[in-house]
Design a protein around this ligand. Structure first.
Ligand code: NAD
Length: 287
């Protein structure tokens, strides 16, 4: 294999733990190589203890930038010089850009999800959607959907710690956007059925459907699914959760979380390089 690393090669990194399973190095290095960009992307095992020093190294080593995973995404907010609107509203950073020593925290998880809807030809702008879940993935999607012009979001979560924590945050997001956002108990099946009937999209943004909850579904009554409803899952392992399978059987357009994963990376790549990620080359390596 030809060695293309030189004294000019720049570094982008992932600061996370655990990290060795991550597909992000494959995604970004494939894209750098395909476009002839003189940069590499490496994964560093960094937890919250080492995060401040790792983020300092973005400045000290004149790195292109970095990606973060949980729980670093939340802690990183306080180390940024600036925050994008989405990162501020979400309260979490998954992408850091370095503009000559000025570090800006972005969150591309929500934009990743929004772009993934184009793959199934679904437009939710100006419409109502229903989201199950109120954790990190859900919050990023709710904020981006609200910023992009979704009219109304009904959020359903079981009555756990997330339910209590997210209430004030959803009110804050709603006040700062033109989107009406309300939170309901996931066990209120009648209300859920009514909201889904008025929605263009139903999204599972919980971990229900992947290990250790593989085979389980976040809703039990699938009679609320109709053919003109888009049904999405943030989960991509398995590629088709039981939730998506049941929706597909009832004729709904479905999409798993692979697009969100791919396009959050593409959005980070574009912020770092100013170039579009070559999706047709990168997509096959994660499918
Ligand atoms: P989180 O821990 O922040 O939130 C978990 C959410 O699931 C909460 O709303 C919680 O109430 C809900 N939940 C947990 N167990 C439940 C149960 N038994 N019944 C009903 N609700 C339940 O997690 P997160 O970071 O938001 O991740 C959620 C899922 O999103 C995970 O499967 C993760 O792999 C996936 N994810 C995908 C992408 C992507 O790019 N596709 C990105 C981030 C996260």
């Amino acid at each position: 294999m030809e060695n293309t690393i030189t004294g000019h090669t720049r570094l982008a990194a992932l600061f996370a733990t655990p990290i060795r399973h991550s597909v992000s190095p494959m995604i970004h290095n494939t894209a750098f190589q395909a476009l002839g960009i003189d940069a590499v992307y490496l994964a560093f095992e960094v937890g919250t203890d080492g995060l401040e020093r790792a983020i300092d190294s973005i400045k000290n080593l004149e790195m292109i930038g970095a990606n973060l995973s949980m729980p670093n995404k939340i802690l990183a907010v306080e180390y940024m010089d600036e925050l994008s609107e989405a990162a501020r509203l979400i309260g979490a950073v998954n992408t850091i850009t370095n503009d000559q020593g000025k570090l800006t925290g972005h969150n591309t998880d929500g934009t990743g999800f929004m772009r993934s809807l184009q793959d199934i030809d679904v437009d939710i702008i100006g419409k109502k959607i229903t989201i199950i879940g109120a954790g990190g993935a859900a919050t990023a999607i709710i904020v981006q959907a609200a910023l992009d012009g979704v009219k109304e979001i009904t959020v359903y979560n079981r009555k756990d710690d997330f339910y209590d924590k997210i209430k004030a945050k959803l009110a804050y997001i709603s006040e700062n956007t033109n989107c009406a956002i309300t939170l309901y108990d996931l066990s209120d099946e009648n209300r859920l059925s009514k909201d889904v009937a008025e929605s263009t999209l139903l999204l599972n943004a919980t971990g229900v459907g992947m290990k250790p909850l593989e085979g389980q579904t976040p809703i039990q009554d699938f009679s609320i699914i109709r053919p003109d409803l888009a049904v999405c899952d943030v989960i991509y392992t398995p590629r088709e959760t039981e939730f998506l399978k049941q929706a597909r059987i009832r004729g709904a357009k479905t999409n798993n979380g692979l697009g969100m994963l791919l396009y959050q990376g593409a959005a980070a790549f574009e912020k770092w390089t100013g170039q579009e990620m070559p999706i047709e080359i990168v997509k096959p390596i994660i499918e």
